[in-house]
Design a protein around this ligand. Structure first.
Ligand code: MN
Ligand code: MN
Length: 389
């Protein structure tokens, strides 16, 4: 009976197109097949072997803790993603991401709610701010910092400038205390050893992400430094930034050479693609692209040269990746606005538009390659379209 099933009769997605293919007979995972229609029925233009370019936070291990939770997508989950790694973290009201530091630069996007962030630099200049939805922060490598949920709690995406980063291997203040001889602690702080009788020493009592009290107003919480505040703010209000309007949506770009000077190693573009529209065919001339899908549904084909191309489908909570220089587009395949982050380990955002390149090249030369009509050549745009309708 199964051999006679078609997409219509079974109500199931089946790998059948124009009389080719056949229904699945063996074990299957229908929800995953529905989420990945361009893998189940690969476009005929796809070809060759391409590494996996998708990983969902929904299939990442979640560390559930008293103050919230944290899950990560790194080069261990998505091996191609060597340039950037990410953590999706939730903090309850008052929940604290322990005071810590790490070897990587940390960029962040607030997904929901609000948090208070603190840091200092090597000159003893400090920083404190309250961040809300759509706000960014950037803590340079090696500088110590903290994050705490405010009244409504929060959830955010952390992006680190090394794909091999692990959130489970940061330098924690409690860990440092735990592993320093008590007489050295006493000497260092000029107090008796008894002052450290209650510091947490049990691994089971690791702070890391722990419950806390909602802090008072930022005015009451702030500490004044004799050295003043950090010269370049570690936070940025991305949504307050005027977007670049495109025919099919809009984009906000934040990098160290434009609106976010402190973000020296990470550049971002927050892209909104309307239903029926598409991020145009392009590539990036500097680095890999790491993507995080915030809302909606989309698909992307990555062109890897030498006849290699593969199409992937993405939805909210997915991570996508495009290795350096590979051509791609991102098409909205749903009925709501597709919103995603394009992230780069770079001090600046850069892209090359296929459309613009062709428009700015002698037309006879372009026509000689692709047999395009004069009408098609005339339709090319000398401006980047960014998002086409
Ligand atoms: Mn951190
Ligand atoms: Mn791109």
């Amino acid at each position: 009976m199964a051999t006679t099933m078609t997409t219509e009769t079974s109500g199931m997605p089946e790998p059948i197109r124009n009389g080719e293919g056949a229904p699945i007979l063996g074990p299957r995972n229908v929800p995953l097949e529905r989420e990945n229609p361009d893998l189940l029925i690969s476009p005929w233009t796809d070809n060759g072997t391409i590494p996996n370019l998708k990983f969902s936070f929904a299939t990442a291990r979640n560390r559930v803790l008293s103050g919230g939770w944290a899950r990560e997508v790194t080069a261990r989950e998505l091996p191609i993603a060597t340039e950037l790694a990410a953590v999706n973290m939730r903090l309850k009201p008052g929940g604290i991401r322990e005071m810590h530091w790490h070897k990587e630069g940390e960029w962040s996007y607030m997904l929901a709610g609000r948090a208070r962030i603190t840091a200092i630099d090597a000159g003893g200049r400090n920083f404190i701010d309250d961040v809300g939805e759509g706000d960014l922060w950037y803590f340079p490598a090696g500088l110590p910092h903290s994050i705490q949920g405010l009244e409504e709690g929060c959830e955010f995406l952390l992006v680190f400038d090394d794909g091999h980063f692990s959130e489970n291997e940061t330098f924690l203040i409690t860990d440092f205390f735990k592993h320093t001889p008590r007489e050295v602690l006493a000497h260092n702080f000029g107090v008796p050893q008894a002052a450290f009788a209650e510091i947490p020493v049990d691994v089971a009592h690791d702070r890391y992400v722990f419950a806390g009290k909602v802090p008072p107003s930022i005015e009451r919480d702030a500490v004044e430094s004799p050295a003043g505040t950090v010269p370049q703010k570690f936070s940025h209000r991305l949504l307050a930034q005027e977007p670049v309007k495109a025919p099919g949506g809009q984009v906000r770009i934040a990098d160290s050479v434009t609106t976010f000077p402190a973000s020296k190693t990470v550049a971002c573009a927050r892209v909104e693609v309307e239903p029926g529209a598409m991020r145009e065919l392009h590539w990036h001339p500097n680095v890999d692209e790491w993507q995080y899908y915030i809302s909606g549904r989309g698909r992307m084909t990555v062109f890897a040269a030498s006849e290699h191309a593969r199409t992937f489908d993405y939805q909210a909570g997915d991570v996508g990746y495009v290795p350096f220089a590979m051509g791609h587009y991102v098409e909205n395949t749903g009925d709501e606005t597709l919103c995603f982050l394009e992230m780069f380990r770079s001090d600046h955002f850069a892209d090359v538009s296929l459309n613009q390149w062709m428009a700015l090249t002698p037309p006879e030369l372009v026509k000689a390659h692709l047999n395009l009509s004069d009408e098609t050549m005339a339709a090319l745009s000398k401006q980047k379209q960014i998002i086409v309708r």
